[in-house]
Design a protein around this ligand. Structure first.
Ligand SMILES: Nc1ncnc2c1ncn2[C@@H]1O[C@H](COP(=O)(O)OP(=O)(O)OP(=O)(O)O)[C@@H](O)[C@H]1O
Length: 679
């Protein structure tokens, strides 16, 4: 035990203290007896420790960017979650991205299931739910790797993974999601929300039929919900969660009727989970047998991420953003020792980059444009078919892919080696939490990562995202750009804190520059982590439209085919528009061009093709000039939120976020000031 007085533990490497925090709160004191229970060493669960250590070592070997570890010990979140799950209690967990939440739940659950011996009826004893197919598949693969290690020491567990997305003939080629006697039979089952609801039976499918029941919850001991705040986000998976709640209630009732107890542990995880979130509270009511917040343990670590160096670049318009993107990608190629001309055939990428956009249409347009300019780039979004996702996955794992353009579909949970740079081409629109998750795709497990954030000055950013961004940077222990501080500081920080800053020569930079990596090959990117002027709206060191156009190369035929076939896959983007036969061909869904946000691209396409008439299926009223495109989009986005009646939800989320209390000294804390849950 580190502190028998039970006082707050500085559990992260973060000794920073500053009294003028945006909001003050007294962290909960950890009772001394609680501190005793944490798992300080893997060897404390001797039976299976070796399997986990061996898995972690192999994982580290796959990514040389990670720190070299002589020995392995549980991360902070793993230490504190362990006692809750070992005692099969309910727990909510908020811990930074890349801090090891997956092992935090797998370790105690696997240990407990192995200790109990074989499962007589074969129904799942643990269900793990996550928000995207990619993440569910990742959890399943991590578990299988550990199961393989366990097999080697004579310990056996079975797993199955159930996700959708394999339509038609693909379904038969999927080697998992197997049924035994028409039922789900395994120890640990992994689901997306839709597949789980479907397999619970009585779930209305798209064709109107009701699904047959293939899954029984009667042996369930653990229900794990990863990215819980996303799963419970209003209107996202509410039908699926209702279905799960109904099935659990049936079990509670049937057990009570025969005088037995049924009380599976519910555990929720996310880097942005908030205990006071009303959606979380409602979900708890649905998914437990009358449990309240008082019956939950709450493990909360702050989102400090000094190992992810974040730089904010400010722009006035869309074209400038694109110019900067091109420059950044060129620098990233240089850091990998290659150039645009050779990037398709480059042997191994030591640093891959993920570019986040807010809409599918921006993803399509950006991908098309970058391909035209000679970059080797693939795209991802929620509509992409599983075979194409798998293709991207393989390319990334083989280090063949330098750039992936995506929506939030890849924002959460994905843990890939070699992702070194995150570019946020758009800031998150509806849910600010996505910021934390997006930048968290790099800097995994204490490695160094870089994130470049594009900030466009417009009304919505001014009113909402500017302050949110400033606050988040502060909480993540990042450098605060002067322009954000001047514009939004007063609405985020106390007067006292602002005065301190104004008097200081330097903009606060809580870590200094020593977080920069020494690897010289990457220094070009690291150097960008300076002030916002590096690539900026002042025209210095940027290309103008004509430069951009002259830099374009013809789309390679196979790339064109790939884009066409991938887009043809997607029913909502089925209509593919080819702009010209003779000039550099561009393939993009016609619908993409009706989004004002992408009007800048459309204008460029028009230039390439000589005349805007060459663009088919473009609504005339959606045509904006490049300078106003982005701001019009943000205004219209605000309008559509209003007209959809979503504005209340949006502001509620925002307010909610503002209410989030971070301990005064940014130290990890654990809350356990409630009575033991009745067993
Ligand atoms: N005890 C440990 N020691 C060293 N590395 C670890 C340890 N536990 C987990 N890791 C590694 O840390 C990485 C991140 O873990 P994980 O994917 O569970 O993060 P996470 O907290 O779930 O992040 P996110 O919020 O993004 O989902 C993984 O590659 C994992 O192998």
């Amino acid at each position: 035990m580190d502190d028998s007085s039970g006082s707050l533990q500085p559990t992260m490497e973060n000794e920073y203290t500053n009294d003028a925090t945006p909001q003050e709160c007294t962290p909960t004191v950890i009772p001394a007896e609680m501190m005793l229970q944490r798992l300080e060493s893997f060897e404390d669960c001797t039976q299976i420790a070796q399997a986990f250590i061996s898995y972690l070592r192999k994982k580290d070997e796959m990514d040389p960017h990670r720190p070299i570890r002589e020995s392995y010990k549980p991360t902070i979140v793993q230490q504190y979650v362990y006692p809750f799950l070992a005692n099969r209690e309910h727990v909510m967990v908020r811990a930074p991205t890349g801090s090891g939440k997956t092992i935090a739940f797998l370790l105690p659950i696997i240990e407990s299931l192995l200790r109990q011996g074989p499962n007589a009826d074969g129904n799942p004893r643990c269900i793990v739910l996550a928000d995207t197919r990619d993440l569910v598949e990742q959890h399943w693969k991590v578990t299988n790797s550990i199961v393989e290690e366990l097999d080697a020491i004579g310990q056996h567990l079975t797993t199955e993974c159930f996700i959708g997305g394999f339509g038609g003939s693909d379904r038969n080629s999927v080697p998992y999601g197997k049924f035994i006697g028409g039922r789900v039979k395994c120890d640990i089952a992994f689901f997306t929300a839709g597949r789980l609801a479907e397999l619970l039976g009585g779930y209305r499918r798209i064709d109107g039929s009701l699904s047959p029941k293939k899954l029984s919850l009667c042996d369930l001991q653990y229900l794990v919900i990863d990215e819980a705040d996303e799963i419970f986000f209003p209107q996202k998976f509410s039908m699926e969660i209702d279905k799960l709640g109904d099935s659990l209630k049936e079990c509670y009732q049937s057990f009570v009727s025969v005088g037995k107890e049924y009380n599976p542990s519910l555990s929720l995880y996310s880097a942005t989970l908030v205990q006071s979130d009303i959606q979380i509270q409602r979900a708890i009511e649905k998914l437990t047998n009358g449990a309240t917040m008082d019956n939950f343990g709450f493990v909360a670590l702050d989102i400090v991420r000094p190992n992810i160096v974040q730089q904010i670049l400010k722009f006035d318009g869309f074209i400038q953003k694109f110019n900067a993107l091109v420059q950044l990608l060129d620098r990233d190629l240089k850091a990998n020792g290659t150039t645009r001309a050779n990037c398709r055939t480059h042997e191994h990428y030591d640093y891959s980059t993920i570019i986040f956009c807010d809409t599918k249409s921006t993803v399509y347009c950006l991908t098309s444009m970058l391909v035209m300019m000679g970059f080797y780039v693939k795209f991802h979004n929620g509509s992409l078919s599983m075979p194409h996702r798998r293709e991207n996955d393989v390319l990334l794992n083989q280090r063949k892919l330098p750039f992936l353009v995506t929506t939030n579909a890849l924002a959460r949970g994905i843990d890939k080696p070699y992702i070194k740079h995150i570019i946020m081409f758009d800031l998150p629109v509806t849910n600010w939490d996505a910021y934390t998750h997006r930048v968290g795709r790099t800097g995994r497990s204490d490695s160094i990562g870089y994130a470049t954030i594009f900030f466009t000055t417009n009304q919505v950013n001014d009113q909402r995202r500017g302050p949110l961004l400033l606050r988040t940077l502060y909480l993540m222990k990042q450098k605060l750009p002067r322009f954000l501080l001047n514009n939004y500081g007063p609405s985020v920080f106390s007067e006292e804190f602002m005065n301190d800053i104004q008097q200081s020569e330097q903009v606060p930079n809580f870590e200094g520059d020593d977080t920069q990596e020494s690897e010289s090959s990457f220094i070009s990117l690291a150097q960008l982590a300076g002030p916002e002027e590096s690539v900026n709206a002042d025209g210095r060191d940027t290309l103008d439209d004509d430069d951009v156009l002259s830099n374009m190369t013809t789309v390679l035929p196979e790339e064109e085919e790939m884009l066409a076939s991938e887009q043809n896959d997607l029913s909502e983007w089925a209509e593919v528009s080819r702009l010209t036969e003779t000039r550099p061909a561009l393939v993009a869904p016609a619908k993409a061009f009706t989004n004002p946000a992408t009007s800048a691209f459309r204008t460029m396409f028009a230039k390439i093709n000589g005349s805007s008439n060459a663009i088919r299926d473009v609504r005339k009223d959606a045509l904006h000039d490049t300078a106003t495109g982005a701001s019009t989009f943000y205004e219209s986005e605000n309008e559509s939120l209003k007209s959809d009646g979503d504005l209340t939800t949006y502001s509620k989320r925002t307010e909610n976020w503002k209410e989030r209390l971070i301990p005064k000294n940014f130290k990890a804390f654990i809350q356990r000031d409630h009575p033991q849950r009745e067993k």
